[in-house]
Design a protein around this ligand. Structure first.
Ligand code: K2U
Ligand code: ZN
Length: 167
């Protein structure tokens, strides 16, 4: 397994739309395992393939305290949603920025696992927010784009300063 490079906002590649997976083969399983290893190493509670410049509809999430409840979702689609959430979000592609954005409190998701078996998942709280956040990545959307123009300007300035410091 490998730890993959995570793209940093505002990298244009984060805005590419991911394609549905059509072949459930060994490379797909390796991608899912590499995504999980990269997520745990970051550390994070979710990661989308878009964030490692692989534009396929694959996400991994694990919001458990013990980091032992990995869920891999291929070609995920939300089939039911309800309520409103105010959980603060972060993003491994936008380090150091945390804010709340409009999310459903509960979602029912249909997806496939890396072996091609379909399933449905009912989620609420952080898991629901994380799944919606990762599914946005697959659509080329980063959570800071929900924020006001003023906040987005400040985010870009802060990330540019981080980049200059690390150069
Ligand atoms: O997409 C990502 O970069 C993964 C995010 C997942 C996340 C989405 C919504 C709300 C929280 C997390 C990373 O895990 S960011 C790191 C993190 C972890 C726990 C709570 C907040 C932020
Ligand atoms: Zn993110």
């Amino acid at each position: 397994m490998s730890i993959l490079n995570i793209l940093r906002y505002p990298d244009a590649r984060l805005h590419k739309v991911a394609a549905p997976v059509t072949v459930f083969d060994a490379p797909l399983k390796k991608l899912a395992l590499d995504l999980a290893e990269t997520m745990y190493a970051a550390p994070g509670v979710g990661l989308a393939a878009s964030q490692v410049d692989v534009h396929k509809q694959v996400i991994v999430v694990d919001v458990s305290e013990r980091r032992d409840s990995l869920i891999t979702l291929v070609n995920p689609e939300i089939i039911e949603r309800s309520g409103e959430s105010d959980i603060e979000e972060g993003c491994l592609s936008v380090p150091g920025i945390y804010d709340t954005v409009p999310r459903a409190e509960r979602v029912k998701v249909r997806a496939w696992d890396a072996n091609g078996n379909s399933f449905t998942l009912e989620a609420q709280g952080l898991l629901a927010v994380c799944i919606q956040h990762e599914m946005d990545h697959l659509k080329g959307k980063v959570f800071v784009e929900y924020l006001s123009q003023l906040k987005q300007t400040r985010v870009r300035a802060r990330l540019a300063k981080q980049l200059r410091k690390s150069a």
